[in-house]
Design a protein around this ligand. Structure first.
Ligand code: ADP
Ligand code: MG
Ligand code: MG
Length: 893
């Protein structure tokens, strides 16, 4: 038979699966010899059995009886004993902390008979009746399901009748009368009397805590926090101690460090003459914890001592709940405390300095997501109150004028306005608006709503599900809970990190952490920056994966290098053919003969060479992977529909140049499905002069850098290869060009030639491709699209939210690498490629290169580097280090 009940003395902190976090830590503190009121824990296993069958498992009642008996013996009092009653708290506590989401019932054991005993024992009749009416109220609502409003109304009436404001204005006689009224309320609305048998109270309370696992608020909380639904909660039965026995009693909560900033020193609140719930309920104003030093010097000293002991024991920030009963301190709870991103860095670094943890452990204590949070621009401090709050769906600080539809968003943005798109919810038709907006605000939907998914993908700030807003798209305005009307054109500020919305423009300040990374702010004068600096540098020492950046311009390259990139993993060249240069490409495409083509190419060459020279200069000494032209050529020509109309008009008007040649070219290059059309290496085969031009520009730029005393390290990367032969043909031509530049200049051009692996066929034939390629760069965006057979632009806004909601995937495969599918192809390609060429260099240049979970996979897959946008480089450095040090052996959380 299972053991369902453990005395506090029988457990420890590593038993949280079975005893819940609260129970495991109460046990740990008991065993450490800290003053914990005695008690026992009923396991999560018992809860699961109860939830499965609707009844307590066999033997549970008897086991609870035994442990209760032992508890009574140790204290010399029986539960509900008439002359001097033992009272207990029945407290929920799951594996993962779910603060306030489930039930706790205090003062179990009070009855019509024992209430007098409590009065006699405590010498405080008021306390006895106050506790009793609280029990009837709490039991009535949580266990018997009576609407709490009845009790609240009765309490209000009692105070009104007496003419007092606060609960403290009611004396023992008033509270006794109120208890009788509460009993009537229970009888009327629960259809039964308040139980007078202490053991029945206990059993009903235990069952009610079990059931509270399934309340709506608990479910919603679990979904938001990714806590599994089938864990169940433990139940802690713990002797009551009284913080409401007069001025030498009280109750409080405390942290061993500041959980908001991580600053050292203890933080907390204390409430004299009160029971636990009062502190958090915010009914009365609390005192800052340090005031306890004057009020109760002995208890304060002991508390400080215990907090130091706990930190030393848990090696981490702890938060605690305590109660003082007539100068005696009791510990009621502890756990490793939740903290902000900034506090996580400061605390990890401080604990390492204090020698409580080593540098590897400090690195494990922070995450890339936390670092990313610290790098977003943010709103400066404000006195203003938000006009609404919602789900913090995509971080950032966006200020702009309100617009209510996609078309207006686009129009105003093109006129140079910053706009915030406000919708009840968004759908795929809003995509253009989302792209043109700084931020998006919706009144419906959560973290996986369309608005949230798309905003995160685009890097737009998003608050969604701000339910207090009434949005009237027709009238072009929305109304807040307090009736404020915000019309189209009004300016609002959206805080996607906190999930808050403000009227008017808040100041946006750049993140000091970004200033530090970019060298504008020293690390040594600020505790947070110093912590970030030390931890990220330790990550660099430990990381095996190198981090490069995706950078297309010299400016991006410069920034990337400041942010710690060890080269460029992807330099795209398509933008180098846009803008003023588009006409040159047009001429190349339209060239009627060889000489026209040569002229067009000759005009492009110096421009390309200058681009590459500047980038190689910024990244001197580091590898720069340049991808030859990838997109379909039609992208460089005018829009087909528009041009057709223009030609028709020109012909009708009998104009000279009707642009019919251009239209013919556009028609010729038109593709139904350009993503799968003539692009990448395919262009290299059909218009070889284009790649020749690019290779020559790269080679001449490298020569220029060598002559200037630099160390250029260009890597020429061929995109969209699916067969080894494609790469051979293009590489052969490239080598010819490189050789002729070498011959012309007398400089041996340093270079490598490699390929992207972004098509399934390339991945499975990688062994042959590696005969030619010196490096592979996994293009995980296209690889994801081609493995799943969907195009990102078409699906992210349409069926992705449904797929996420249905659990087809838990995260978008464009954000976090799909290990099973795409990951397997990467494993195969890496294995086959290295079998052919052991020193084959392997990297990743998709957006996954900056995603924490994906980075861990790339580390495990044995790749050499990841490449990501410059802004993500510090995050990737941190995660590369974290991947290398692995997980903590034991999770103390
Ligand atoms: P939660 O998980 O919501 O914090 P708890 O089980 O910790 O719920 O209980 C809520 C409050 O009840 C606590 O703040 C604590 O101070 C008080 N409390 C719990 N157990 C006891 C006890 N044995 N004696 C006195 N107060 C208690
Ligand atoms: Mg608690
Ligand atoms: Mg691609």
């Amino acid at each position: 038979m299972s053991k369902y009940v453990y005395d506090f003395a029988e457990g420890n902190r590593f038993m949280a699966d079975l005893l819940g976090g609260k129970g495991a830590n109460l046990a740990e503190m008991s065993v450490m010899g800290l003053p914990v009121p005695p008690g026992f824990t009923i396991t999560t296993e018992a809860c699961r059995a109860y939830l499965a069958t609707g009844a307590a498992p066999d033997g549970l009642a008897a086991e609870v009886g035994e442990h209760l008996h032992r508890l009574e013996l140790s204290l010399g009092r029986k539960l509900g004993q008439v002359d001097e009653p033992l009272l207990v708290a029945v407290r929920s506590g799951a594996r993962f902390s779910m603060p306030g989401m489930m039930d706790t019932v205090l003062d179990i054991g009070l009855t019509d008979d024992s209430v007098a005993g409590l009065a006699a024992w405590s010498g405080d009749e008021r306390l006895a009746w106050d506790s009793y009416r609280r029990l009837v109220q709490m039991f009535g609502t949580t266990v018997l399901g009576v609407d709490g409003a009845y009790f609240a109304a009765a309490l209000r009436d009692a105070k009104q009748a007496k003419g007092v404001d606060g609960d403290l204005g009611l004396d023992a006689a008033d509270l006794r009368a109120l208890t009788a009224t509460f009993m009537d309320i229970v009888r009327e609305h629960a259809g039964r009397d308040f139980p007078q048998d202490p053991r029945e109270q206990l059993d009903l309370a235990i069952a009610s805590v079990f059931s509270s696992w399934h309340t709506d608020r608990a479910r919603i909380y679990r979904r938001a926090e990714h806590i599994p639904d089938d864990l169940g909660t433990a139940v802690n039965v713990c002797a009551m101690v009284f913080g409401n026995l007069g001025d030498d009693s009280g109750t409080g909560v405390a942290f061993t460090r500041d959980p908001a900033t991580g600053a050292p020193g203890v933080y907390g609140d204390y409430l004299p003459n009160a029971q636990g719930e009062d502190v958090v309920a915010g009914i009365r104003n609390t005192l800052p914890l340090h005031r306890l030093a004057d009020l109760q010097p002995r208890a304060y000293e002991q508390l400080m001592d215990i907090m130091r002991t706990l930190e030393g024991h848990y090696h981490d920030l702890c938060d605690i709940e305590f109660t003082i009963e007539r100068r005696k301190l009791w510990m009621l709870q502890t756990r490793v405390g939740k903290r902000t991103a900034a506090a996580a860095f400061r605390i990890a670094d401080a604990l390492r300095e204090e020698g409580l943890i080593d540098a590897d452990e400090a690195l494990r204590r922070v995450t890339g997501a936390q670092l990313a949070q610290l790098m977003f621009p943010r709103f400066g401090d404000t006195e203003r109150a938000p006009i609404a709050t919602g789900v913090a769906a995509s971080p950032g600080a966006a200020v702009g004028e309100v617009v209510f539809d996609s078309a207006t968003a686009v129009r105003r943005a093109e006129q140079g306005a910053a706009v915030i798109l406000v919708r009840r919810e968004t759908n795929p038709d809003d995509l253009d608006g989302l792209i043109h907006a700084r931020g998006v605000l919706t009144s419906r939907g959560g973290k996986t709503s369309h608005a949230a998914v798309v905003a995160r993908g685009l890097g737009r700030t998003c608050v969604c599900g701000a339910e207090s807003l009434t949005i009237d798209t027709q009238a072009r305005r929305f109304t807040t809970a307090d009736g404020t009307i915000v019309a189209e054109g009004d300016v609002i500020s959206v805080d996607g990190t906190a999930g808050a919305v403000y009227l008017g423009e808040l100041d946006v300040v750049p993140s000091p952490v970004v200033d530090y990374f970019e060298g504008r702010r020293p690390a040594d004068r600020d505790d947070l920056l110093r912590a970030v600096d030390r931890i990220v540098r330790h990550a660099d020492r430990r990381g095996r994966l190198e981090v490069r950046a995706n950078a297309d311009t010299a400016e991006d390259a410069h920034r990337a290098r400041l942010l710690g990139a060890k080269g460029i993993g992807l330099c795209r060249t398509e933008h180098m053919f846009l803008g003023d240069r588009r006409v040159l490409v047009e001429r190349l495409i339209l060239a009627a003969d060889d000489s026209a083509r040569k002229a067009a190419l000759a005009a492009l060459l110096p421009l390309q060479r200058a681009d590459f020279t500047r980038i190689l200069e910024e990244m001197d000494g580091l590898p720069v992977t340049i991808r030859l032209l990838d997109p379909p050529l039609h992208e460089f020509l005018p829009d087909r529909t528009e041009l057709t109309a223009r030609v028709a008009v020109a012909k009708a008007l009998g104009q000279g140049d009707t642009q019919e040649d251009l239209l013919r070219a556009v028609e010729r290059l038109h593709e139904q499905n350009p993503m799968l059309g003539a692009r990448g290496v395919r262009l290299g085969l059909v218009i070889p002069e284009l790649y020749d031009l690019q290779v020559r520009a790269i080679a001449e730029a490298a020569v220029a850098r060598v002559r200037a005393g630099g160390t250029p390290r260009a890597e020429i990367m061929i995109p969209l290869v699916s067969d080894a032969r494609e790469l051979e043909i293009v590489a052969e031509r490239a080598r010819t060009v490189l050789a002729s530049v070498g011959a012309e200049t007398g400089v041996d051009v340093p270079h490598e030639i490699g390929t992207m692996i972004e098509l399934p066929r390339a991945a499975v034939t990688a062994g042959r491709i590696a005969k030619t390629a010196r490096f592979f760069s996994f293009g995980t965006n296209d690889l994801t699209q081609t493995v799943w057979g969907f195009s990102r632009d078409d699906v992210e806004g349409s069926f992705f939210p449904a797929y996420l909601a249905e659990g087809v995937f838990t995260a978008s495969p464009f954000e976090t690498i799909d290990r099973e599918g795409v990951g397997t192809l990467i494993d195969i390609a890496a294995y086959e490629g290295r079998a052919t060429r052991p020193d084959l260099e392997l990297g990743v240049c998709g957006e996954h290169g900056g995603d924490p979970k994906s980075i861990r996979f790339f580390h495990e897959a044995g790749l050499d580097y990841v490449s990501c946008s410059p802004f993500r480089v510090p995050v990737a450095r941190l995660e590369a280090g974290r991947a290398a040090v692995g997980d903590t052996a034991v999770d103390s959380r």
